[in-house]
Design a protein around this ligand. Structure first.
Ligand SMILES: Nc1nc2c(ncn2[C@@H]2O[C@H](COP(=O)(O)OP(=O)(O)O)[C@@H](O)[C@H]2O)c(=O)[nH]1
Ligand SMILES: [Mg+2]
Length: 197
């Protein structure tokens, strides 16, 4: 079971991206996908989007930004591994979570994955505002991610080159792809997201 952990601020495009990646894996690669939702707020909206498309989805409550959720997450991963046995498990974190912190905990305590990748979605339109207002959160969310998806490139916002420059400043090793997730993602981007070991 390979794991893709998606983080990024509320509304950045996590669910939209996960849906496209799931479609690619199930339709083009004929692989199976399960999803864990760890989102606070509007109950079941994203769950329904997933289940309407025939994807197995499990919802985690708790909605805490700290590590308290991690034990629930590990249990849910064990359960999915034992019962559904999907090729892929995609986890959507809450908009306030730090994906690389959760990744560390999963790598330490879970034994049910064969490969793992952390993907952080960045919203072009809100970059300047979030950096100004919530800089530690922005930095904490992107730091240590295996891939940054700089999304909403079709909308107005900060210059893309400025954002990628800021990202490189936070961590020169960050790998960045630029997307508009409401349009069909190119194969190269989909491959980049699912390329993990
Ligand atoms: N124009 C545009 N809208 C997007 C893009 N990605 C997501 N959205 C929209 O932004 C909103 C939030 O997306 P969602 O995937 O639910 O974000 P999440 O909260 O991170 O899961 C939805 O209305 C999406 O249709 C994009 O690349 N371009
Ligand atoms: Mg969502």
């Amino acid at each position: 079971m390979r794991i893709l952990l998606f983080g990024g601020f509320l509304g950045s495009g996590k669910t939209t991206t996960i849906l496209q990646v799931a479609k690619y894996l199930t339709e083009s690669r004929q692989q199976t996908v399960a999803i864990i939702e760890n989102e606070i707020g509007a109950a079941g909206v994203d769950d329904k989007l997933f289940s309407d498309r025939g994807l197995q989805v499990k919802r985690l409550f708790g909605g805490c930004v700290c590590c308290q959720i991690t034990s629930d997450l590990i249990s849910a991963m064990d359960e999915i591994h034992a019962t559904v046995k999907p090729d892929w498990l995609m986890i959507e974190m809450t908009g306030l979570a730090y994906p690389s912190k959760t990744a560390k905990m999963i790598k330490k305590y879970s034994k049910v994955y064969s490969a793992f990748k952390t993907v952080t979605i960045v919203d072009r339109g809100r970059w300047a505002e979030l950096v100004a207002m919530l800089k530690p959160l922005v930095i904490g969310q992107v730091e240590g991610s295996d891939l940054i998806v700089l999304n909403k490139a079709d909308l107005a916002g900060e210059e893309l080159a400025k954002i990628t420059g800021d990202l490189q400043e936070i961590d020169p090793k960050l790998k960045v792809v630029i997307t508009s997730a409401t349009k069909e993602l190119p194969i190269t981007v989909l491959e980049e997201v699912v390329c993990c070991e």
